[in-house]
Design a protein around this ligand. Structure first.
Ligand code: FES
Length: 122
């Protein structure tokens, strides 16, 4: 089970929620379920509104990083993902700093997700 902690200036305090092992809901779906106001528009990896910053609470526990093609393209267009970061993620399991909440799925690693509340502003 993963603990996903959401943090934003829009929230009175951080909120930690549990993602059950095998849960394939995205961070955006998890946020909506818990009334956490991550901005979004397309829900499909195209608009970049749901930009989030993800910090792994135990960065030494490496997990394969799954970036969808849409996420790679949109983050690159936003200037939030470099070719080096894509390679680091795909070859070395080093997570990039920024993700899209509608594409990111927390599996069994604990993460802290921050967002400003401005669409695309992380
Ligand atoms: Fe559009 Fe996530 S809501 S990229």
């Amino acid at each position: 089970m993963a603990i996903v902690t959401f943090s934003s200036p829009l929230m009175h305090k951080d909120k930690a929620v549990y993602a059950i092992a095998g849960d394939t809901r995205t961070a955006l779906a998890l946020a909506e379920e818990h009334r956490i106001p991550i901005p979004f528009e397309c829900r499909d990896g195209n608009c970049g509104s749901c930009l989030i910053e993800v910090r792994y609470d135990a960065p030494d526990r490496k997990k394969a990083i799954m970036l969808t093609d849409k996420e790679k393209m949109t983050l690159t267009e936003l200037g939030k993902l470099t070719a080096q970061e894509i390679e680091d993620a795909e070859v070395r399991d080093m997570p990039p700093r920024y993700r899209l909440a509608c594409q990111f799925i927390a599996r069994d690693e604990d993460v802290t997700i921050t967002f400003t509340g401005n669409p695309g502003g992380a």
